[in-house]
Design a protein around this ligand. Structure first.
Ligand SMILES: CC(C)(COP(=O)(O)OP(=O)(O)OC[C@H]1O[C@@H](n2cnc3c(N)ncnc32)[C@H](O)[C@@H]1OP(=O)(O)O)[C@@H](O)C(=O)NCCC(=O)NCCS
Length: 178
């Protein structure tokens, strides 16, 4: 599906574009924002590479990766990713909001938009996310979106500080539509 454009009360979920690079860097370049993610703060060049890949993925047919911008007030303030699993009924999400905007409901709205995209438009049967056990904000937004905790993947990720477990959340299409 291309292009994605979904609007909620505050955010628009849309395709990434090359001139998003500085705004993406203000999200992915921030140490606090990426503390619980699988990577260290990204440089501007790395953010540019992320956008190049997003643009390329958006042209793939069939499309399996949606790396999208969350726009607020005309500017990218967050990043959202939905990647189809090997089993094509299921997809994993990831999301981040710029640090200075935390606590205003944007994270919850972003996850809602991703679930709308995944269930209403892409027709997935299951959508899941994996968070750090030490990430209560991610836990709160996924719980609020109806993504129940499924369990723990031990040693899921290797970060620069060592192994990290993940807590998996998921929601099924029939749960979501109810
Ligand atoms: C997760 C994230 C997107 C949430 O964004 P946000 O805009 O602050 O989200 P919201 O304002 O919608 O909600 C934040 C929720 O977290 C809760 N929260 C935040 N910090 C918390 C803490 N330290 N302890 C407990 N709850 C916390 C808030 O109370 C709120 O829950 P509520 O709506 O039930 O009250 C944001 O923190 C972020 O970008 N984090 C870095 C990237 C990341 O961790 N992504 C998730 C990867 S799985």
């Amino acid at each position: 599906m291309f292009p994605v454009s979904l609007t909620g009360p505050s955010l628009t979920l849309r395709e990434m574009q090359p001139d998003d690079v500085e705004a993406l860097h203000s999200v992915y370049g921030d140490a606090t924002t990426v503390e619980h993610l699988s990577f260290t703060p990204r440089t501007v060049t790395q953010c540019s590479t992320v956008i190049d890949s997003a643009v390329q993925d958006a042209q793939t047919d069939p499309r399996t990766v949606y790396m999208l911008a969350a726009e607020f007030d005309g500017r990218l303030v967050g990043a959202a990713r939905m990647a189809q699993d090997e089993r094509p009924h299921s997809a994993q999400i990831g999301f981040a909001i710029r640090h200075d905007l935390w606590g205003r409901g944007l994270g919850a709205e972003l996850v809602e938009l991703l679930l709308r995209l995944g269930f209403e438009q892409l027709r997935y049967a299951r959508i899941w996310g994996a968070r750090s056990p030490e990430n209560p904000a991610s836990q709160a937004v996924m719980n609020r979106a109806g993504m129940v905790e499924e369990g723990r993947i031990r040693r899921h990720l290797r970060t620069d500080t060592g192994w990290r477990d993940s807590i998996v959340h998921s929601v099924l299409c029939d749960e979501w539509s109810a």
